[in-house]
Ligand binder design. Structure first.
Ligand code: SF4
Length: 135
């Protein structure tokens, strides 16, 4: 992972790591490395993307900046593993047979009307079926 970093990116990472849990403010990082804030932002973005560091908004020397903290190896592996787990997709199939989809009275159906979803037996039956299926 570190082998993909440029010399300056690696220097920045080592400097952040050196500050341990206390971290280092981004505006101190670029001053210490002798680079400008724009270059520092690019480096920080890369280290964040690689899950090497984390950041928290903070104020240093009267300026809004970020506190940069290295992510320990053990936590980094958990973060990467979590990202690799596919997100569950919502199964919409059960909702496709909701009676309203095929109901010829859908345009006349409203609360308090002759066709009323709160008193609809088709809807009631469908909901009962769904509830039974969950049991
Ligand atoms: S609530 Fe009942 S009447 Fe209204 S559209 Fe749905 S199935 Fe038809």
């Amino acid at each position: 992972m570190l082998q993909d970093l440029s010399d300056m990116e690696r220097k920045a990472y080592e400097l952040i790591k050196k500050h341990g849990r206390k971290g280092i403010y981004q505006n101190d990082l670029w001053r210490t490395l002798g680079i400008n804030s724009r270059e520092a932002s690019r480096i920080v973005a890369k280290l964040l993307k690689k899950n090497l560091i984390t950041r928290k908004p903070g104020v240093n020397r009267g300026r809004k900046t970020y506190l940069l903290i290295v992510i320990p190896e053990s936590r980094r592996k958990k973060i990467i593993r979590r990202r690799e787990i596919p997100k569950p997709r919502i199964d919409i199939r059960p909702f496709l047979d909701i009676p309203c989809v095929k109901c010829p009275y859908i345009n006349k159906c409203y609360t308090g009307g002759f066709y009323d979803p709160t008193r609809c037996t088709w809807m009631e039956e469908w909901l009962d079926e769904q509830t039974r299926a969950l049991e």
